[in-house]
Ligand binder design. Structure first.
Ligand code: IPD
Ligand code: CA
Ligand code: CA
Length: 273
């Protein structure tokens, strides 16, 4: 893929993310509609829908033959998956609905199934993260790099919990507490896209999550990789987005975080670690 075309995709994704970010800010504190989706706690507001409509319109205007996968509207299949835009119009909906200002727009482009272009915009901090394969990663046009933290015990991590957490024992509670035990801390921001950009910007050393969807991570994956970070499955095999599990780090703590996730002991057996 020519870097010229990637730069064009990046610019259109940026246009869409900034337009959606403006909608998110405009309506801050004035939400009219907050509904639960299929699962309790999985919310959608009129701003998710409005933001998504704006993004989809901009992308379709520029690339009418590309397919789309958007969180609220689902798939728009143009007969080929060669170009697939993965869109989260408001990542951090629970935060937003409660008036907790951590949320972002996430727009990623997969080319032949591989994330190649990513834009994440946090309107609350006016931070625009951009990356495309081979073109580097930036925040507000300044190059960003992952951290240099060498060891898991010196690290600050972030993770999250999917909306099926009450229905399964594989809900990440044990891993979250175990890693809290082993590290300098584990945060839960409520926005997977911002968790990934925090890894890319070197503010956080590692992120993992299960039950995650392509629209949550497609953009962030490119941004972390272009910032020098590492993305794999929990077991360090190549990431399979359909599995819903992702491990993203500064590279240096990747192996030890992977081992901790694969070997998390049962509750209460952590004293001599
Ligand atoms: C959620 C956030 C959260 C993560 C959840 C996601 P939403 O997305 O990214 O951090 O833990 O798994 O579903 O619902 O706010 O778009
Ligand atoms: Ca999301
Ligand atoms: Ca969302």
């Amino acid at each position: 893929m020519q870097s010229q075309s990637l730069a064009i995709f990046l610019d259109i994704a940026t246009e869409a993310a900034l337009a959606a970010g403006a909608i998110i800010l405009e309506s801050w504190g004035q939400l009219q509609i907050i509904k639960e989706k299929e699962r309790s706690g999985d919310l959608v507001t009129e701003i998710d829908t409005k933001s998504e409509k704006t993004i989809v319109e901009i992308i379709q205007r520029h690339f009418p033959h590309h397919s789309l996968l958007a969180e609220e509207g689902g798939a728009i299949d143009k007969g080929s998956q060669e170009y697939l835009w993965a869109i989260d119009p408001l990542d951090g909906t629970t935060n937003y609905a409660h008036g907790y200002p951590i949320a972002a727009v996430s727009i990623g482009l997969l080319i032949q199934g591989i994330p190649r272009v990513g834009v994440v915009y946090n309107p609350f901090r006016n931070e625009l993260f951009r990356a495309a394969t081979g073109l580097g990663a930036t925040c507000n046009r300044q190059t960003i790099r992952v951290s240099n933290t060498p060891k898991l015990e010196q690290s600050l991590l972030v993770s999250g919990f999917a909306y099926d957490r009450r229905e399964t024992q594989d809900n990440n509670y044990r891993e979250f507490c175990y890693l809290t035990h082993l590290t300098q801390g584990v945060r839960r921001s409520g926005s997977a896209a911002l968790d990934l950009t925090d890894v890319a910007a070197g503010r956080i050393d590692g992120y993992w999550e299960r039950g995650i969807k392509p629209w949550d991570i497609a953009a962030g994956i490119v941004i972390v990789e272009e910032a020098g970070g590492k993305i794999t499955a929990y077991d360090q095999q190549p990431l399979n987005m359909a599995s819903g599990r992702i491990l993203a780090t500064n590279g240096k703590i990747h192996n030890s975080l992977s081992q901790a996730l694969l070997n998390t002991p049962p509750w209460g057996k952590w004293d001599n670690q």
